[in-house]
Design a protein around this ligand. Structure first.
Ligand SMILES: [Zn+2]
Length: 125
């Protein structure tokens, strides 16, 4: 730590948005490049502070987990984060023996009705 270093910004809550000075630091630390496509972000580009490890995947709302992302990449990154989240969840659920919610539809395996391959339902005997 030098006298010039500033303490890392840590969001008070997971929803706290990084203030402008932190956005600027995040931008400068990344060399002004989108962390997904590495494209240089210019003043006319829209960009956001992205959580490198998404909050839904256990990432923290703090400066060291933030990186600039351009408007082109952000939707893709968010979709990828959600996909990871879903995969992680199912893995963890399986490991914990948590079963997926059963369909209550009557043609489910232990229901009274059986779906026929050609369509329609018949009573299970
Ligand atoms: Zn990008």
């Amino acid at each position: 730590m030098t006298a010039r270093s500033v303490p890392e910004w840590i969001g008070k809550t997971p929803d706290t948005l990084a203030p402008p000075r932190v956005r600027l630091r995040v931008f400068q630390n990344a060399g002004g490049c989108c962390h997904a496509c590495t494209r240089k972000i210019t003043a006319s580009d829209r960009w956001d502070c992205d959580h490198v490890v998404a909050l839904i995947n256990g990432g923290q709302n703090r400066e060291s987990n933030l990186a600039p992302i351009c408007g082109n990449c952000h939707p893709t990154k968010t979709a990828a984060d959600v996909a990871v989240k879903s995969k992680t969840y199912h893995k963890a659920a399986k490991a914990a023996g948590v079963k997926r919610k059963r369909s209550s539809f009557q043609t489910s395996r232990d229901g009274r009705w059986k779906a026929k391959i050609g369509g329609g339902v018949v009573p299970r005997d």
